[in-house]
Design a protein around this ligand. Sequence first.
Ligand code: NAI
Length: 244
Amino acid sequence: MSAIVTGGASGIGAACCRRLAGEGARVAVCDINMDGAREIAEEIDGEAIRMDVTDLASVDEAIAAAGQAIGTAAILVNNAGTDEFGFFKNTTEDMWERIVQINLIGVMRTTHAVLPGMIERGDGRIVNVASEAGRVGSSGSAAYSAATGGVIAFTKTIAREGARYGVVCNAVAPGPIDTPLLRRAETELGHVGPKVIETMVGSTLLRRMGSPDEVAATIAFLCSDDASYVTGQTLGVSGGLAMI
Ligand code: NAI
């Protein structure tokens, strides 16, 4: 079984690469951060491949390289993402563009590149890493919330279009997960940063941050045969932050 994980060099993506490899998958660790990708690939005996999800040519080249290295992907985990924290009134159109390009259109680019191979095989599992922000909103992350809400809607449509070809598509919606991305909110939002994170954690029923491994375990479930009758769903991995 071959798996492509975008944003595999850090945080949730790195945990996902380790988990899928641990379950026997050959993993392509795709990222713009090649030092990080190489480190993870070495650890799991996978392939580090440069991919910038904001650039269609880079995505196409990376998918072709992954095909050569590990075979046609049966699994695609669309995990690459970022945020630039700031209250909406202080943000700019350039910033909205950057966030939507990575978090929403990036998911479309990789899915568009991988889907034909899955359809040809008659088998494929796509898991999109969205966010609870896309379901309930998140202060300081308006463009990010809009983009990840879009990912959830996109997931449902790919589930509808892929079903007849044996391709399932689901999303996970993490809550606050302890990764470099979330930690950046502490500084980027200035003096209210720590308070915003504290409020997020306080909104979870379990009153703690999640770990990248906890998200990776849910992604691995959605990629497994145990989830063979699950498609078009968004599974919250958020300590009960939202119950939708
Ligand atoms: P992270 O910052 O630790 O890892 C993100 C990875 O994506 C990095 O390796 C980065 O180099 C890569 N990346 C960024 N731009 C890229 C591009 N243009 N092309 C390819 N790779 C690129 O962040 P984290 O927290 O592990 O985030 C992973 C996913 O989880 C993201 O989609 C994020 O939106 C989502 N998420 C994270 C939450 C959290 O609390 N940490 C909460 C909800 C969702």
